[in-house]
Design a protein around this ligand. Structure first.
Ligand code: ZN
Length: 430
């Protein structure tokens, strides 16, 4: 049976642009900031004194960005409605002394970031992106978005049992990309990066560089009902949250202060100054209360009335491995946003959180699906439980059902990004 597109694909087309333009968390932050500026938000520095002015503001710090909108008439005790997400994705990141190689090959030494699905990085055309820091302390974004590197898989003739035994990859020996032929020279990669970025190599004194697949996101399937692309975990949520925030601020009499909090370092546990475990979100919310003349009491009242939707990807039922899923809970692409439950607090959702999200989906006219793990398969986690525990904020884990999570190229339903954004908008509008 062929299913007609239920929705205008404008949102998904825009997501594809956002994904392709955001190969690193730093690019995701820059692109988010650019879109916020277009919507009338203004950047505030953490080092400045903040004022009580209403309107949209945002703070950036490395791979994290927090944006919020103070409606006219908000008091110091007005609660927040937060959409939480993360900007980072598993990938291969450049080591401090990157120039390596052997037997006439030039290679780049890489560290594995997050829970990378290693085999998906084999035989892909990879670009290089991230940021470089100059001697004067300024950061510059770099994006070499062309086939530059490759982790070549061993030919089947030299690995005769690979299709019986599976691909076995040693993280240190087998994941080193090649990027040229010839002698290895110290400083070569950073000189190359400097040249590509129009900088003097001698100016660069620090870098955070990583690989990305240069293949563009694409619609897939007989009716183009699926979307294939990189970093949907979790730029899909960052993009949907951004769309929701910039839409919600247009509605009259917002009863809450809508917030988008996109953190770095979720894929390795969130413990950093830009991760959800750090003080960034709490600091921003507190300073916003105090800037509006609030007291500690106002802050406590605002936080007690605050709800966070932690939005991240979840697992759609895999047709070839259905037994790995909970038999009674089989989320499908294009079935609408997921409510994610784990009673052991790998997800922060409880019954009252379910009611909040169900109400938002209902107001948006969007269907809701349920995710819970098979008891024999350990459950992943998100920034949800961390946000709840760190700030004492009531939190609900939700998201979008995808296949191939943590692959270099993931797969989701082409309608789901829009459905998620619609539900998030209804949530922010209260
Ligand atoms: Zn994620």
């Amino acid at each position: 049976m062929s299913s007609a597109h239920r929705f205008d694909r404008g949102h998904t087309d825009d997501l594809m642009t956002f994904l392709a333009a955001s190969p690193s968390p730093y690019h995701a932050v820059a692109n988010t900031a650019e879109r916020l500026e277009k919507a009338g938000f203004r950047q505030v520095a953490e080092t400045d004194a903040w004022d009580a002015q209403a309107g949209g503001k945002y703070v950036t710090r490395g791979g994290a960005i927090i944006a919020w909108y103070v409606p006219e008439g908000a008091t110091a005790a007005t609660p927040f409605r937060i959409i939480g997400a993360h900007t980072d994705s598993p990938n291969l990141r450049v080591k401090p002394l990157p120039d390596t190689g052997t037997h006439g090959w030039q290679q780049v030494a890489v560290e594995l970031y997050g829970g990378t699905l290693l085999n998906t990085w084999l035989d892909r055309d990879l670009g290089l992106s991230g940021r470089v820091t100059l001697r004067d302390g300024s950061d510059h974004l770099v994006n070499i978005d062309r086939p530059l590197l490759r982790v070549p898989q061993l030919a089947v003739h030299l690995d005769r049992t690979v299709n019986q035994d599976g691909v076995k990859l040693d993280k240190q020996r087998h994941m080193t990309p090649i990027w040229g032929l010839g002698h290895v020279t110290e400083g070569d990669l950073i000189r190359f990066v400097a040249e590509e970025a129009g900088l003097e190599a001698g100016q660069i004194s620090g870098w955070d560089l990583m690989t990305h697949s240069v293949e563009a996101p694409a619609y897939l399937g007989r009716d183009h009902e699926l979307l294939a692309g990189p970093r949907m975990d979790n730029l899909l949520s960052v993009h949907a949250g951004l769309a929701a925030l910039t839409t919600a601020i247009g509605s009259e009499g917002l009863p809450y202060i809508p917030v988008l909090a996109a953190f770095d370092h979720e894929e390795n546990g969130s413990q950093s100054d830009t991760g959800a475990e750090g003080p960034l979100l709490g600091n921003v919310l507190e300073r916003s209360v105090f800037a509006r003349g609030g007291s500690y009491e106002d802050k406590a009242r605002a936080f007690a009335g605050t709800i966070c939707l932690s939005s991240d990807t979840g697992h759609a039922v895999h047709p070839n491995y259905a037994e790995r899923h909970e038999p009674g809970h089989h989320p499908m692409p294009n079935g609408g946003p997921l409510l994610k439950v784990n009673v052991n607090q790998r997800y922060a959702t409880d019954g009252s959180g379910r009611a909040v999200f169900a109400a938002a989906c209902e107001r948006a006219g969007v269907p809701m699906q349920h995710f819970v793990s098979n008891n024999s398969v350990p459950c992943g986690t998100t920034i949800g439980p961390i946000t709840a525990a760190r700030h004492g904020i009531s939190t609900v884990d939700i998201g979008v059902a995808i296949l191939s999570m943590h692959s270099a190229r993931e797969l989701c339903g082409a309608d789901d990004p829009y459905l998620l954004a619609a539900a998030l908008t209804a949530f922010l509008e209260g």
